[in-house]
Write a protein of this length. Structure first.
Length: 124
């Protein structure tokens, strides 16, 4: 009789140990997955910068990003015939020539030629 109680106790201990090992393994695998997602998102971000230099905000501080936000900058103008490319405050990048990207005199960072903001000034 006492042997049966002892066996049950050992059985329960084994079950607890197996459960702890299983749960530990789950935490380990889930943390590996989240690190992989982080690496993947950084790779995608880097690829986007390479593909479109207008999305590269390296070296642009939060204050400058806030300025463009307050001016209502958008990467795609919804106002006919009014876009950064024909704005008086736009400075086009010359290298590489194929890139439709430049700068604005009002804030730092890249600007899409087809972008727009509230301060648009027609070129004279
Ligand atoms: S002022 Fe506005 S519309 Fe003109 S270049 Fe700058 S962001 Fe574009």
């Amino acid at each position: 009789m006492s042997f049966n109680n002892y066996s049950r106790r050992i059985f329960l201990q084994n079950c607890m140990e197996c459960s702890a090992t299983f749960i530990g393994g789950l935490f380990l695998f889930s943390s590996c997955g989240s690190q992989q997602k982080e690496v993947d998102s950084k790779k995608e971000e880097t690829a986007a910068k390479v593909a479109d230099p207008c999305n590269d905000f390296t070296g642009v501080n939060a204050e400058e990003l806030e300025k463009r936000k307050k001016l209502g900058y958008t990467g795609k103008s919804e106002v006919a015939n009014k876009s950064c490319g024909n704005c008086g405050l736009y400075i086009a990048f010359t290298e590489p020539a194929a890139v439709q990207c430049g700068k604005c005199l009002l804030f730092k960072g890249p600007v899409h030629a087809e972008g727009h903001c509230l301060q648009y000034v027609a070129k004279t």
